[in-house]
Design a protein around this ligand. Sequence first.
Ligand code: NAP
Length: 289
Amino acid sequence: MSTQANTGWIGLGAMGWPMAGHLHAAGQLKAVWNRTLNKSAAFAEQHHDTLAATTPETLAERCQVIMLCVSADHDLESVVESMLPSLQPGQVLVDHSTVSPAAARRVAERLAEREVGFIDAPVTGGVEGAVKGQLAIMAGGDWGTFQSVQPQISAYARVTHHLGHVGSGQAAKAVNQLMVGGIAEAVCEALALMDKLDLPREHMLELLSSGAAGSWFLEKRGRTMLADEFDVGFAPALFLKDLKICRSLCEEAGFESSVVHQAITDYTTLVDQGEPGKDISALIRLKRQ
Ligand code: NAP
């Protein structure tokens, strides 16, 4: 293990596992913890010299920098609360989960009580971006603290920007998710119409991707959604969580968003219908109904 390895990773889900893998490849990873312990054990088995911590507290005792990628506000806050007694002044936590800016600020305040730094750093680029180490990362927090974790973040980022105080990264992610919601609505609806009009799928996918309608979502998910495959990607329930964060920020800003309204209506229906797909492109099923 490299002498520089001083970083811990919490949350080995669809995003966290490959991101932690890049950190390991960069010689930076010391320990991992995942709530479901057999995942952290499997990760440690596949990544030599990585400790599978059995609690977040033991990880916090050993690592100077701790990266997190869990699900929602309460998940982040509960993990941080459990680590708090073990943290020492000068340590830094970086959160890659998508949570509300308010939760990011609450966590930063709790950590500041122990003189521990915090950066909110949500990501975009999907599971594919995480696997390739090509994520875009939007960060908020103290500038010097942000600079100090660049070696870790650069292991899996294609582009990173510091956007301001704590919570700015999460506000930026909400803007990103508004756009993703609109694109998902448009692409799923258009491909459902395309099928109704009996247009040839392969030719149409090539044409649509090559012109002004082209997008990441169409390129990565167009073919799979037409084949009714929704196994890899971003869970509709997680996206609904993001859209609700975006709606709260719109309300705070006195801003009307028809895109967020429509996407929340549709993804609520999808989740309520027990949509088993693991990706938001399962929206096409609703558009076909
Ligand atoms: P995921 O596959 O569902 O993984 C979630 C991870 O968080 C798992 O390791 C889970 O542990 C852990 N976790 C959840 N609640 C926890 C709690 N209360 N305490 C401790 N650990 C907890 O989700 P994901 O797709 O990796 O997404 C992770 C975050 O990145 C989310 O905030 C999501 O919105 C965001 N994001 C996802 C994508 C995407 O394309 N998937 C893209 C950008 C951003 P267990 O294994 O025990 O369940």
